[in-house]
Write a protein that binds this ligand. Structure first.
Ligand code: CP
Ligand code: NVA
Length: 312
């Protein structure tokens, strides 16, 4: 599989086989790291990490993954560079493309990450925008595979804010890999119809179903229940109305019980606000895999960088 030079802006741009390749490479890299074996596939590579929004996992995952493979990561916070203030995205992209071998971008607009890719000439990786969070979904798919050995035919249910970057990206990733995907949310927070339609097309190819509902009973049969914060970065002004609207969609032991399965896992991209989208009990419960997901961010991001910007 040759992914050299490719950007990762959304999983829409990747085939089922390409996504599976990245997950399997991440599993191999994880096994190697556990044995103390690191690589040098990013040796002499400089990686720019641009952050308009804050981050713990994504920033640390890119940094550690890059250093593990012999590369040099450079953190560029929103107040450190001219991007969008004194310089256009196009110009910043062309400058960074002359100096760096890959660029991670976390921020607001999908248009910015797309422009960085278009103008820099080097692989650009989306570390979260308002619309998508593809590297998180790779880690989540890897975590599902570690738990169930297979992905096709699983039922993944996402409950909560059905219009945010996580809901969008999980739906794309699940549909591409043949995972039945259900979004449970109040109707005003359902995903854009156009994206659902597109995911249904992917699902037809891979043999899975996409369901969008406001009924929490749809968790029945779920292998995994996923939630995310009710108020995403940049939406702080919507806090009050969201909390009211999403209260019935909290993942608690009653909801977990409705799956009808003992081994359904609980997933969350983190950071979590316990007491809102998930109870302490479920978060800390034995079926919670949230810290595996967090660790797998590093292994999957390493796989993405090695595959798209690495030497071997
Ligand atoms: N899940 C995730 O992207 O976490 P950070 O915001 O800490 O990077
Ligand atoms: N939807 C959340 C994801 C955080 C990783 C946000 O955008 O803030």
């Amino acid at each position: 599989m040759d992914l050299k030079g490719r950007s990762l802006l959304t999983l829409k741009d990747y085939t089922k086989e390409e996504i599976e390749y990245l997950i399997d490479l991440a599993i191999e890299l994880k096994e190697n790291k556990k044995k103390g074996i690191l690589g040098d596939r990013l040796k002499n590579k400089n990686i720019a990490l641009i952050f308009e929004k804050p981050s713990t996992r994504t920033r640390c995952a890119f940094t550690v993954a890059c250093v593990d493979e012999g590369g040099h990561p450079e953190y560029l916070g929103k107040n450190d560079i001219q991007l969008g203030h004194k310089e256009s995205v196009e110009d910043t992209a062309r400058v960074l493309g002359r100096l760096f071998d890959g660029i991670q971008f976390r921020g607001f607009s999908q248009d910015t990450v797309a422009k960085l890719a278009q103008y820099s000439g080097v692989p650009v990786w989306n570390g979260l925008t308002d619309l998508y969070h593809p590297t998180q979904v790779l880690a989540d798919l890897m975590t599902l595979k570690e738990n169930f050995n297979t992905l096709e035919g699983l039922k993944l249910v996402y409950i909560g804010d059905g219009r945010n970057n996580m809901a969008n990206s999980l739906m794309i990733g699940a549909a591409k890999l043949g995972i039945n995907f259900t979004i449970i949310a109040p109707e005003s927070l359902w995903p854009e119809k156009e994206l659902v339609d597109q995911c249904e097309v992917y699902g037809k190819e891979t043999g899975c179903k996409i369901v969008v509902s406001d009924n929490v009973d749809e968790v029945n049969g779920a292998d995994a229940i996923y939630t995310d914060v009710w108020i995403s970065m940049g939406e702080e002004d919507k806090a009050k109305e969201r909390i009211e609207m999403l209260k019935p969609y909290q993942v608690n032991s009653e909801i977990m019980g409705k799956t009808g399965k003992d081994n359904s896992i609980f997933m969350h991209c983190l950071p979590a606000v316990k007491g809102y989208e998930v109870t302490e009990e479920v978060f800390e419960g034995k079926n919670s895999v949230v810290f595996d997901e967090a660790e797998n961010r590093m292994h999957t991001i390493k796989a993405v960088m090695v595959a798209t910007a690495g030497e071997k």
